[in-house]
Design a protein around this ligand. Structure first.
Ligand SMILES: *Cc1c(COP(=O)(O)O)cnc(C)c1O
Length: 424
């Protein structure tokens, strides 16, 4: 192969057709049939299929309870209400992730407090969490970002030391493991998206999982009124049964539930193939300067379905080549690459000065005991993270000849990065 980069009119590293290697979710006649039967029988808004799906999901996760939601955002809010987050409370969690991990607490009258990112795992940095915890902290939210398990040993230690419940957002890591434990079962409650682009993908849907009956009961009280009579036992909840405490209805659509039952049957198998494919991609790049895999190597820990996979970028090893330019050159080679990851939530103006509910003061601090708003220097790793990571192709099938060509594209650009510096 000549070394002339495709961006400089050389030959592309990737010549093989994708042939569905990126397609997701994998939908077969079994999914189609079950979706159609829900429609034909008019059972879209019932809960019988959802309950079966919940029982199977709880069994698969290894939790006592699973509660289906209409989306992941709602499941996060249910988890927050479930652990008791309320007016004036602080919720500590990552600034680098999808907003739904944190923003639902605003409506509960609580205030999000953002912690920094660990530049290697891209998950919340436990040290930063510990620094941000106060006597007002009512919950810690962790996200296993882009499939990588967060440092749960350190997080759970903080939780125990301060008696603060932990909510695991598993939207990126269904089926992932941390030291032999299923992600979503280590903290007090797991909540997750199952929307069509996630690794467990069934359309707009979400799930809450827990072993804690009181969390489950409160989540049901908040937004699952039609189950009140079956679930609410505690007197302080049961006396208000019949109307949703949150004024919300978060029931899962039964087409999603039905498809979820089918997807769950095949998920372990499909996840194993994704893991094999993604490990092969990274193994081919082992000794390449400037690029590090974003994966976990320790025994008993996995990347689950490896949602939205990332790589860690070390510009110092590429003479300071900006990641944006690197990504452009990889795309020109026929592969997929994009600078950065989710942008920092604490930098968004909605979290700075928006008065969403008419408090006459910014919503973020309307009920808070102190001004929690971060300044530019408070979360230094988050400030620079967009220059230090990139998105890589998410292979769903183990097809070595295709995967190797994509890896070759990344290798070629890194090894010929000097040519990009000259033309930058
Ligand atoms: C997608 C996502 C959610 C929200 O899920 P929806 O199903 O889109 O409502 C929550 N947290 C994280 C980390 C996500 O990526």
């Amino acid at each position: 192969m000549t070394d002339t980069l495709a961006i400089h009119d050389g030959p592309s590293a990737v010549t093989a057709a994708d042939d569905g290697i990126f397609d997701w979710p994998i939908i077969t006649e079994e999914d189609e049939e079950t979706a159609l039967s829900v429609l034909r029988e008019g059972r879209m808004s019932d809960t019988d299929i959802t309950k079966r799906f919940e029982a199977e999901y709880a069994d698969w996760q290894g939790t006592e309870y699973a509660l289906g939601y209409n989306n992941g955002t709602a499941s996060l809010q249910g988890a927050m209400y479930g652990v008791g987050v309320g007016v004036g409370d602080e919720v500590v969690g990552p600034t680098i992730t999808y907003w739904a991990a944190m923003l639902p607490c605003l409506e509960l009258g609580a205030t999000p407090v953002f912690a920094d990112v660990d530049p290697e795992t891209l998950c919340v940095d436990p040290e930063s969490v510990a620094e941000r915890v106060t006597e007002n902290t009512a919950a810690i939210v962790v996200v296993h970002n882009y499939g990588h398990p967060a440092d749960m040993d350190a997080i759970m230690e903080i939780s125990r030391d301060h008696d603060i419940p932990v909510i695991e957002d598993v939207s990126h890591a269904h089926g992932g493991q941390y030291n032999g434990e299923a992600l979503g079962t280590i903290g007090d409650v797991g909540a997750m998206s199952m929307m069509a682009r996630k690794s467990f993908a069934i359309g707009e849907a979400g799930m809450l999982v827990t072993d804690d009956h009181s969390i489950y009961e409160r989540a049901v009280a908040y937004s699952h009124y039609s189950r009140h009579s079956e679930v609410l036992e505690s007197e302080d909840l049961a006396k208000y049964a019949g109307l949703p405490f949150g004024g919300k209805k978060h029931r899962m659509h039964q087409i999603s539930a039905a498809v979820g039952r089918v997807q769950l049957e095949y998920y372990d198998e499909r996840m194993a193939e994704i893991q094999k494919a993604m490990h092969r991609f990274w193994d081919r790049l082992e000794d390449v300067p400037g690029l590090r895999p974003h994966r976990i190597e320790s025994e008993g820990s996995t990347m689950g379905g490896w949602y939205a996979p990332k790589g860690i970028y070390v510009p110092e090893e590429l003479d300071g080549l900006p990641v944006e330019r690197f990504a452009e050159a990889v795309v020109a080679e026929g592969s997929q690459c994009r600078k950065g990851c989710n942008s920092a939530l604490h930098e968004h103006p909605l979290l700075d000065d928006a008065d969403i509910y008419g408090h006459g003061t910014p919503t973020r601090i309307a009920n808070a005991a102190r001004d929690v708003r971060e300044t530019d220097t408070d979360l230094p790793a988050a400030e620079g993270i967009q220059e230090r990571c990139f998105a890589v192709p998410w292979f769903k099938q183990y097809r070595p000849e295709v995967i190797d060509q994509h890896a070759a594209a990344f290798r070629k650009v890194a090894e010929n990065h000097e040519a990009l510096l000259e033309t930058a």
